[in-house]
Design a protein around this ligand. Sequence first.
Ligand SMILES: *Cc1c(COP(=O)(O)O)cnc(C)c1O
Length: 838
Amino acid sequence: MPSHSTPPDSNLEILRQLAFDQSIRWSSLNDDIWRSLDNELWELTHNPCLVLNVISEQKLNVLLADSHFHARVTSVVKTHRSILAQPTWFEREQADTDLHQVAYFSMEYMLSEALPIYSGGLGNVAGDQLKAASDLGVPVVAVGMLWQHGYFRQEIGIQGDQQALYPVNDTRQLPVEPLLRPDGSLLRLAVQLTGLTVWVRGWQATVGHNKLLLLDCNDPANPSPMRLITAELYGGDAEMRLRQEMVLGIGGWRLLEAAGYTPDVCHLNDGHAAFAVLERARSYMQANKVGFDIAMTATRAGNVFTTHTPVEAGFDRFPPELISKYLGRYVETELGQPLSAILALGRQNAGDAQEPFNMAFLAARCAGAVNAVSRLHGATSRHIFQNLFPRWPSDAVPIGHVTNGVHLPTWVSLEAEAHWQVLHGGDLPWRGTSESQVSELLGQVDDGYLWRFREQARTLLFEFVRTNLARSEAIHGASLEAIESAGALFDPRVLTLGFARRFATYKRPNLLLQDPDRLLRILNHPTRPVQLLIAGKAHPADIVGQQMIRDWHAFIRRPEVNGRVAFLEDYDMRVARHLVQGVDVWVNTPRRPWEASGTSGMKVLANGGLNLSQLDGWWAEACAEEVGWGIGDGAEHADDYDSVDATQLYTLLEDQVLPAFYERDAEGIPKQWIKRMRCSMGTLVAQFSADRAVREYTQRYYLSAASAYRARMANESKLAAQLTRMREELNARWGNIRFLQLQMQRQAGRYSVTLYLDLAGLTPDHLRVQLYAEGPSGGDAEVQDMVIDSAVLPDGVLIYRADMPDNRPAEAYTARVITNVSSGLIVPLESNLIAWQK
Ligand SMILES: *Cc1c(COP(=O)(O)O)cnc(C)c1O
């Protein structure tokens, strides 16, 4: 795709290709080549493209004439190419499947500092999984937005007031290349928004084997408000958000096709991009000459939706008038549907004209599979999507979970990486790492080695912290003395806690401040002191979050703190990387169950850090006494419980964390601490890796989605047409199903059950008749399938029978009818009909 005049094998072009491939940054072991070009710029930006852009050709030629540097570049290129050429997990284990191409949609991607088009957690999940997909060879093409300003950058004023700044992302300095048409012209697409043609341009970033396509509305042909659609991530009002989501979903699917991709699976990372399912269906209608319903039946099977919020308020909703204004024409002329039919897809109650349009409902109704991002979030999600499955027991709401994971090469420190490489004897152990491999590697080193590694990491962290604080002081016009002494009171030998996250109320970033005197006593313990590093942004509209930043700011300025706490401005990938690599303990205090998964705590694992966190999200799955510390009792509580959690947090620090860190043996080694480190690394690193998460997505979701989609599409959409008819028939007759009589005869310790049923003319093969009993005291429900008897009574009455143990009273059972999965429909996601006897 890139069209450069330089011959591909010139030295400059080789360096360029390295600089433009995100995967070059997955090993810090080749940072030296960028450092040689411009050490300072590299240190400040970690952006290889920029470093390459800034250097003069003359200097580059001088460098390349140096045989040492030339050999370094050659060897890095060779390694990089050989890594990409290695047979992948997907090629080895999933070859000959129906899965050819996954399209992955996300509003944000956190790939590197060089491409600031992310805000936080959601982008982290997208970025890390895209990287892992490349490592594993899973064919993913990602779609996102080229944000001109990205998310806001944070500065904290003298009084602790957060300033939101919006520096411009200059495409010439980003690792992206314009998408071109085969004739070399710029790829520009026309998307209609309320009678206006909006031009959308395409860019692409290279992520190892895979590409990330980016949409950009900053085309001079667009009216100014439309150019700003891709200006600010999570900025603007509802109307702006709707425009953004139309560009991402509808424009995104078109961009994929224009760039030559024909995905069989469409994975929606959150509901923002849900309009992609409509555009996918539209494209299918056109290509296969079928109507919307059949197109939706065919493509639905190939759509996977990952939900990320644990609260209903987290869903994106739009007033119906806005949907009508923006999508009315598209729906009627392109999809051939009445607007009401499409509005119904985004509503709980199709008939409620007032109900807003919910993007998560649209995504769920048009997906063949839905998943949450941790086990606990799965349970929470089954509750918040319950209303889409009226009268289904909540544990049957079809939402599974794939717990998030992090891309280890991205988050592990240079030093840790070098240690692991020496231990592993060459190639890095991150690809396809299993728990036993990590434990085995750990078994080869003694406690002293691990401890020195931690001490070194903490020392490096404070070098970064001091430079960073000095820069902040200078930005604020502090005196030279203040700049030079910034962070001077930190002691790299002292136990260091890290606390960095979005300053949102539910994350309770001020929980540690509940009892400031107690916190001061902990920080200033005469023999067991503690240091604390904090970072995080509050959304510019979040007044409460910004007040919490002020509270920390005021606390930090108290003389009694003795310089033991610092707030690092502008929490981003760079700050995160240094923190997770250097801190001893990562603290997270969300209000359960609001942290869907959380990933920051996973980033400390491979660096030898430990977690002290609320039993929420991933930590509710991971926490055990041997690996770290959990706050909370594993239940949900109201706000007034905060002080209980805070007290527990302080007590854990005082009674467990500090002693474990400061009790040393004769060699000065904290044996207990190291034991936890070994256990945390050995058991959690592989489990909470993006590698594991992407393998799970592939095996549990992508492969079956691709097969189902292909089966429905085959032979001119034959199956899709059949299923569409079947669904219509089920919907039309369902209300007439009648339970006539249920007889349960008890004999010799068993029930002999007979049910007389009028199926309203529906084909028995398409249905499943069951006996259902709620689980005793909240346990699993009991479900027993009934078998049809060959006898048919007059008036189409059918007889169903079952034979089962009589260990529950007969009244515990009720009969029900649902759609049979063997019909080919996805139950209950695609057919949520359920009839109960009582
Ligand atoms: C990892 C990361 C996040 C997500 O962390 P949470 O655990 O969800 O709070 C957010 N922002 C940055 C900069 C990160 O690196």
